[in-house]
Design a protein around this ligand. Structure first.
Ligand SMILES: NC(=O)c1ccc[n+]([C@@H]2O[C@H](COP(=O)([O-])OP(=O)(O)OC[C@H]3O[C@@H](n4cnc5c(N)ncnc54)[C@H](O)[C@@H]3O)[C@@H](O)[C@H]2O)c1
Length: 288
């Protein structure tokens, strides 16, 4: 049978392989024959107003993505969006209607939503039980609901919005990046709620990737160590330097841009799927 683009395309969708390099060259401008690239793709960064999310917004924007910033902090979100000329949507990740609306705004871009990064999260320090009594339930529920259920809300709505996208190389339609923490593995004294929430983010990564494989949507998680963001800025300078010095190498806090660089790599590397990547300078947190 003579080669035709229609047959080749049909075969490629069925097998997941591109079968004619010449056709790739000829049709390199066609969406069907390109990978998910940052340039020109629509992206949403939830928790994008500050810290690791803000760095991801800046990196994606610098590389030509059409970025929507979603965050509960409207003041910071609007300031960043107007600085970069981007769309901001106010969104609390605990509220499913708000997450859905934010994702829908991002997905209205030409070509649909291709990249979703969730950095929304916060911390809480309290022991499971002690002289002050048992850990109160409310802060535990709040932390799990922001860090875990919020991440799940972003993941489910963003991946659903990616399903109608035109499949690209290897049949890829989009990629989701979650943010856990090394506290998912090395929870310290007082981190019971935070560790539970981040452990959940690690745990959902593989099943989500498996659920979405049939649609060509990848799911990965980054587990940062200690990063110099407003989350740590509340600590005195001396304490921050001490934290940085405890990192084996390099002996310093991570820079948000280093997180963003990994997030961009995850977006571009199609073999990364269902994985949680520690980004921590070999740090293993001690009990306290
Ligand atoms: N900085 C670190 O050392 C570090 C280490 C490990 C993991 N993390 C994780 O990385 C993520 C980003 O943290 P960061 O250091 O950039 O902190 P950050 O405080 O600078 O940024 C977090 C962002 O999430 C937003 N947010 C908080 N609650 C939200 C909600 N309910 N709905 C929507 N947005 C909400 C905040 O407004 C903020 O813009 C968090 O999930 C955090 O747990 C940070």
């Amino acid at each position: 049978m003579p080669w035709s683009l229609a047959t080749a395309t049909k075969t490629r969708y069925a097998t997941g392989f591109t079968i004619c390099p010449e056709a790739c060259r000829k049709h390199k401008r066609s969406n069907r024959l390109r990978p998910v690239e940052i340039e020109g793709s629509a992206a949403i960064v939830v928790g994008g107003a500050s810290g690791l999310g803000e760095a991801s917004v800046r990196a994606l924007h610098a590389r030509g993505a059409v970025v929507t910033i979603a965050d509960v902090n409207a003041e910071k979100g609007v300031a960043l969006a107007s600085e970069l000329g981007l769309q901001f949507v106010s969104c609390d990740v605990r509220e499913e209607s708000q997450v859905q609306a934010a994702v829908e705004s991002a997905a209205a871009a030409e070509g649909g939503l291709r990249i979703a990064i969730c950095c929304a999260g916060t911390g809480w320090a309290q022991k499971v039980a002690g002289s002050k009594g048992p850990h109160p339930l409310l802060p535990f529920e709040t932390i799990v609901s922001i860090n875990l259920i919020g991440t799940f809300n972003v993941l489910r709505f963003a991946s659903y919005a990616m399903i109608p996208n035109e499949p690209l190389t290897d049949g890829e339609r989009g990629v989701c990046v979650n943010t856990a923490s090394i506290a998912a593995y090395d929870g310290q004294v007082g981190q019971i709620a935070y560790s539970a929430s981040k452990g959940g983010v690690v745990a959902i990564t593989l099943p989500a990737a498996r659920d979405l494989a049939q649609y060509g949507i990848r799911v990965n998680t980054i587990a940062p160590g200690l990063f110099d963001t407003p989350l740590l800025a509340a600590l005195p300078e001396e304490a921050r330097l001490k934290l940085g010095a405890g990192v084996p190498f390099p002996q310093r806090l991570g820079q948000p841009a280093e997180y963003a660089r990994l997030a961009c790599h995850v977006v571009e590397n199609r073999m990364l799927n269902g994985e949680t990547i520690r980004l921590d300078g070999a740090l293993r947190m001690p009990p306290r």
